[in-house]
Design a protein around this ligand. Structure first.
Ligand code: PLP
Length: 390
């Protein structure tokens, strides 16, 4: 609610609607009701021990003071090495800023490149803050509605209709939150051609890049011809290493953009948390076995969820990345909000209404499979029972 002190800037943004689901879950739990919570957008695993140990050792050895604004050199170097080893990307340490999560990275990226009146194109359903971040950059968020028929994936042909003189940035998020879809190399190559031809930037929100299933290959758009110099890569430790509460991520971008982004970064955080950076360095330099194990477990849960949805005839574009499924619920004759409320009351199951991700998410709900296998089984059994009543 705005008040007489509210800035126009703040009036143009809103709180994440996912929070509203949290509140409802908390209310139900306070009444002693056990809720299966499919609304959580973070891993349920603990941060691997060696990462915690590295942060603890940093604290013990007195690493408690500010670091360089862009982050400690060994961490920035480790980020570059991992991007090269995992995805064949060639990025130098001075093209990286360590941020307070991907959240800060996207904010500083957009603040550095947007001018009033610019347009930011985002395929929709979209992650909850992209529109708000565009607004804070005094720009217009131009959403491209996608649906099941498109497989929730943007094609270059479709994108063409939305490009204008004012287009400054396209934000892509693959694997996608909330749809769980993964962009294919051939589509990204076509999209990249448009970025070069029409001279706009691409923010590639890659925070789920390790979570790809069905033998798909993750292709970074920065590798397409002419894209290295116009791609801003967003990375995070939140999901791959179960470090969401640590608040650490990064922006990797062309040097000229980094030179601008570091100014905004200094103004809002000065530098990232020191001992957290040491934990993050260990996450990247130690064995990646922990990541593989978590991803394998997500895959096992994904298959279970898909088979449960199939058994109850709930239509869903096959989720292939991250830890989200985005089934269609139109046939139950309710809005996504109504269906989410129905599941909470009738099945004690929490999901996120699809319209939290923009209007084109209406008619869907987001189910996050970042809860234990057995809970998914029980929760989906209750969903199946509840929808029989409809
Ligand atoms: C697509 C997407 N981008 C960015 C973020 C923010 O991540 P972080 O925890 O690194 O700030 C999230 C978190 O859920 C996300 O799903």
């Amino acid at each position: 609610m705005s008040n007489k002190w509210s800035s126009q800037r703040v009036n143009g943004i809103k709180l994440s609607e996912i929070r509203a689901v949290f509140t409802k879950v908390e209310e139900a739990r306070s009444k002693g009701i056990h809720v299966t919570n499919f609304s959580i957008g973070r891993p349920d695993f603990d941060t691997p021990k060696h990462i915690k140990k590295a942060a603890q050792e940093a604290l013990e050895s007195g690493l408690v003071h500010y670091t360089a604004s862009a982050g400690i050199a060994p961490l920035r170097e480790a980020i570059c090495r991992r991007l090269e080893e995992d995805f064949g990307l060639q990025i130098q340490a001075d093209e990286v800023i360590v941020s307070s999560g991907a959240t800060e990275a996207i904010y500083i990226a957009l603040q550095s490149v947007l001018n009033p009146g610019d347009e930011v194109i985002v395929p929709e359903p979209m992650y909850v803050y992209y529109a708000g971040w565009s607004h804070l950059g005094e720009s217009k968020c131009v959403s491209i509605p996608l649906c099941e028929k498109d497989g929730f994936l943007l094609k270059a042909e479709r994108l063409k209709d939305y490009i204008s003189e004012k287009t400054r940035v396209l934000i892509l998020n693959s694997p996608n939150n909330p749809t769980g879809q993964v962009y294919r190399k051939e589509d990204l190559l076509e999209i990249a051609k448009l970025a070069v031809e029409h001279d706009f930037l691409v923010i590639s929100d890659d925070i789920y890049h390790h979570m790809v299933y069905d033998d798909l290959e993750y292709f970074p758009i920065a590798k397409a011809p002419g894209m290295k110099e116009r791609t801003l890569i967003i990375g995070s430790f939140s999901k791959s290493y179960a470090m969401d509460g640590w608040r650490i991520g990064y922006l990797a971008a062309p040097r000229a953009i980094i030179a601008d982004a570091i100014k905004i970064h200094q103004h809002i955080v000065s530098c990232p948390n020191t001992f957290v950076q040491h934990g993050a360095k260990s996450a990247l330099t130690a064995s990646q076995e922990c990541v593989k194990q978590m991803v394998a477990e997500f895959d096992r849960r994904r298959k279970l969820l898909i088979s449960c949805m199939n058994d109850m005839d709930m239509p869903c574009v096959r989720p292939q990345g991250a830890f989200y499924a985005f089934p269609a619920i139109k046939k139950y004759g309710m809005t996504s909000q109504g269906f989410a409320d129905f599941l909470l009351t009738e099945a004690q199951v929490a999901v996120v209404p699809g319209d939290a991700f923009g209007e084109s998410g209406e008619g869907h709900v987001r189910i996050s499979y970042s809860i234990p296998y057995e809970e998914i089984e029980k929760g989906m059994e209750r969903v199946a029972e509840a929808i029989k009543k409809l």
